[in-house]
Design a protein around this ligand. Structure first.
Ligand code: HEC
Ligand code: HEC
Ligand code: HEC
Ligand code: HEC
Ligand code: HEC
Length: 317
């Protein structure tokens, strides 16, 4: 009886020790920033968040009602850790220190944060004007293109302009979908805020639609190539054209960051031309077309007219 009770008591005593010893070890990522911030919610009070946004806006010369940033506020009501853990960055092991600095091998907050700057400090790597360089350490192509943009030049001279995180919001850092353009670009490019050109949101949405159609066209061409190959056709030329188109497609996302929409559209058109060249070689003809052409075409028509003219002249003589 007593022994049993004592046993139970011992188990109850040992269990928490076990949990303390092994669970944190199992859940530890070997990165103190991630481990600690998993349990810490730095800015819990709603007011602090709103204040933070307000301060950031003032710094960026943005005057805006909070309603237009509903999404951002919703984002901020989950913790930085939660948002980050859903991102591609988390999946690829890009931890907090990659952008914020600090020492992820230190376990205490003081030591880990030793060289960490406040996000509102102009020398912080995540201060909005320093963000392009911070992200550009890994996203060099995007940075190189961005440096060629009007947006970047404005940012450099501390004017109203988007930085990387205006469009790829911390800490999910997702890419935009076409529907997002009206809100993201429209925050600045609208008659209300008077940042020309006003048709940017619609044009940008339209262009991303064009990129998606290009993806579809490439896919279609590759299917046609597959079947042509099955039928014994030599598809090597066609494959060169689709490879060209694929390379151009890959360059589109980085190139986007020049924010030169005409250049961007020309590149989409050029890629589509490559796809058409491939299709011309492999596309199965829908109906037999080897019979006499239904219409004489321009050359035929011109020939006919000149023939009539000549016979008319001969008759007059
Ligand atoms: C032992 C716990 C702990 C560790 C380890 C830790 N932090 Fe923190 N961190 C906190 C707490 C708590 C806060 C809340 C704000 C405060 O009190 O400074 C915070 C705040 C922050 C902030 C907001 C600072 C601001 O005011 O702008 C950033 C950014 C940050 N941490 C990044 C990191 C990075 C990067 C690492 C790893 C190099 C790290 N933290 C390691 C506990 C920790
Ligand atoms: C890919 C880069 C990147 C990573 C990874 C990253 N952050 Fe940030 N973080 C930023 C940027 C940029 C800002 C500035 C946000 C702004 O100005 O809008 C920021 C802001 C913050 C802030 C200030 C409050 C806020 O939300 O604006 C905290 C706190 C913070 N990060 C914590 C973390 C923690 C904790 C992690 C890891 C779990 C992390 N960050 C991972 C780039 C990053
Ligand atoms: C230490 C390297 C590193 C840093 C710094 C970094 N990233 Fe990334 N980022 C990656 C990797 C790796 C991926 C995964 C995709 C890939 O391999 O290109 C990625 C993916 C992305 C994606 C695509 C996400 C998706 O869902 O398709 C975006 C957008 C992005 N990063 C934005 C940023 C921004 C903005 C910053 C700066 C605040 C930043 N990154 C800083 C390494 C980094
Ligand atoms: C004004 C908005 C805007 C700004 C500023 C911006 N981006 Fe982008 N970014 C986009 C759009 C739009 C795409 C195209 C992908 C999509 O949305 O479908 C994209 C795509 C990306 C991708 C994914 C590329 C891929 O191969 O899929 C990365 C990574 C990225 N951006 C990083 C950055 C970095 C780094 C910066 C700053 C130097 C930056 N972006 C600035 C809007 C922006
Ligand atoms: C934070 C404000 C802001 C946001 C957000 C913003 N822009 Fe801009 N953009 C500007 C400013 C300011 C100019 C310069 C206007 C001028 O020259 O008067 C500009 C100019 C442009 C130009 C013309 C560039 C040139 O060389 O003339 C294009 C294209 C452009 N933006 C595209 C976009 C797209 C696409 C988005 C959304 C993905 C976007 N912008 C989001 C502020 C912004």
């Amino acid at each position: 009886m007593h022994v049993k009770l004592l046993n139970k008591f011992l188990v109850l005593l040992i269990l928490p020790v076990f949990v303390l010893l092994f669970i944190p070890a199992a859940a530890s990522s070997g990165n103190s920033c991630v481990d600690c911030h998993k349990t810490v919610t730095p800015f819990t009070e709603e007011q602090m968040r709103f204040n933070q946004i307000r301060i950031e806006h003032l710094e960026r010369h943005v005057t805006c009602s909070l309603e237009c940033h509903e999404d951002r506020i919703r984002n901020l009501t989950t913790t930085n850790y939660q948002q980050w853990s859903l991102s591609l960055h988390a999946l690829k092991g890009i931890t907090c220190d990659a952008c914020h600095g600090g020492d992820p091998t230190q376990v205490t907050k003081e030591k880990a944060h030793a060289d960490l700057k406040n996000t509102t400090d102009p020398t912080s790597p995540v201060y909005y004007t320093n963000v392009p360089a911070t992200c550009g350490k890994c996203h060099s192509q995007e940075l190189a293109n961005f440096e060629n943009s009007t947006h970047y030049h404005l940012l450099e001279s501390l004017k109203l302009a988007p930085t990387c995180t205006t469009c790829h919001v911390p800490h999910t850092f997702t890419v935009l979908s076409p529907e997002d353009f009206r809100t993201t670009c429209g925050t600045c490019h609208s008659v209300y805020t008077k940042v020309a050109p006003y048709d940017i949101p619609l044009r940008a949405e339209d262009l991303l639609g064009k990129v998606n159609r290009l993806k579809f066209n490439i896919q279609q061409a590759r299917e046609d190539i597959y079947w042509a190959k099955e039928n014994g056709t030599d598809v090597s030329r066609a494959e060169v054209y689709t490879d060209n188109a694929l390379n151009m497609l890959d360059s589109l996302a980085p190139m986007w960051h020049e924010f030169n929409l005409t250049h961007f559209e020309n590149e989409i058109d050029a890629a589509n031309t490559e796809v058409m060249k491939a299709e011309a070689l492999v596309k199965p003809s829908p109906t037999p077309t080897t019979t006499v052409p239904a219409t004489p075409g321009f050359v035929g028509l011109a020939g006919l007219i000149s023939l009539l003219a000549v016979s008319y002249l001969i008759r007059r003589k």
